[in-house]
Design a protein around this ligand. Structure first.
Ligand code: SF4
Ligand code: F3S
Ligand code: FES
Length: 245
């Protein structure tokens, strides 16, 4: 018996990707280059970048690791918005005109779509993003009620992609602002009932480059690929500073 012919899944469409390129060894300024790539509607932008790198220009440089929205390494500006290339599908973009792809803003550009993440991680380290529990070691685990766990559930989802911080106009104008991602990481521990260093973290974020620089523009919440209510987390931290938790 003959096998049934599988139905065609989808047709490909030629999509133009306009990529902001920069090679510090030969370019004095970044410039745009166009690449036409046949894409399925369900292709991710990361797939298109891989096609360009594999078939058209092996020098194209970008970061990726997991390919599935977990590692946070491929945040970039796609059609002017910060997104993860691995979670953005061709069918969700207007492909009747060129799709622009560029590095996230506000961090030093190293090459093509790669930025220096060190200023971002410096702010992250400064808020002490780890549990600090004082003495009285329990014989088993440190217990926590369901209600207490819920207080910081949202901010546990952060993957440190920097999409929020690099979409923030305050951070663009002054890179010394801690930025929303560092505040989200601090929030995760400030509201953890097992942690004993909340007041220290609040003191750090009360700095002139801390939470009071936020102008509540909500770009960070819109950019977060994990759906974290970033602006709400910043608001929670501001309230905790006023009322000391
Ligand atoms: Fe990325 Fe969201 Fe974490 Fe910001 S809060 S670093 S956008 S996952
Ligand atoms: Fe920036 Fe988000 Fe505040 S975009 S100004 S940190 S609400
Ligand atoms: Fe890991 Fe996109 S490659 S989040």
């Amino acid at each position: 018996m003959s096998q049934p012919t599988p139905a065609p899944v989808h047709k490909t469409t030629d999509v133009t990707f306009r990529i902001r390129r920069f090679n510090p060894e030969i370019d004095s300024e970044p410039h745009w280059e166009d690449y036409v790539v046949p894409c399925y509607p369900t292709d991710r932008i990361l797939d298109a970048l891989a096609q360009i790198k594999g078939d058209k220009d092996g020098t194209l440089t970008y970061r990726r690791s997991c390919g599935h929205g977990i590692c946070g390494s491929d945040a970039m500006r796609i059609n002017g918005k910060n997104r993860l290339a691995c979670k953005t599908l061709v069918k969700d973009l207007d492909v009747t005109k060129p799709v622009t792809v560029e590095a996230i803003k506000g961090l030093p550009l190293e090459k093509d779509l790669v930025v220096d993440m060190e200023p971002f991680f410096k702010a992250y380290r400064e808020v002490m993003p780890f549990l600090i529990a004082d003495g009285h070691e329990p014989t088993k685990e440190r217990l926590q009620s369901v209600e207490d766990r819920a207080k910081f559930d949202d901010t546990t989802k952060c993957i440190l992609c920097a999409a929020c911080t690099t979409s923030c106009p305050v951070f663009w104008t002054d890179g010394s602002y801690f930025g929303p991602a560092a505040i989200v990481s601090a929030h995760r521990f400030i509201f953890d009932s097992r942690d004993s260093a909340a007041s220290k973290r609040l003191e750090i974020l009360n700095d002139k480059e801390g939470v009071w620089r936020c102008r509540t523009t909500f770009n960070c919440s819109e950019a977060c690929p994990r759906g974290i209510q970033v602006t709400q987390a910043i608001h929670d931290v501001k309230r905790a500073m006023i009322f000391q938790r």
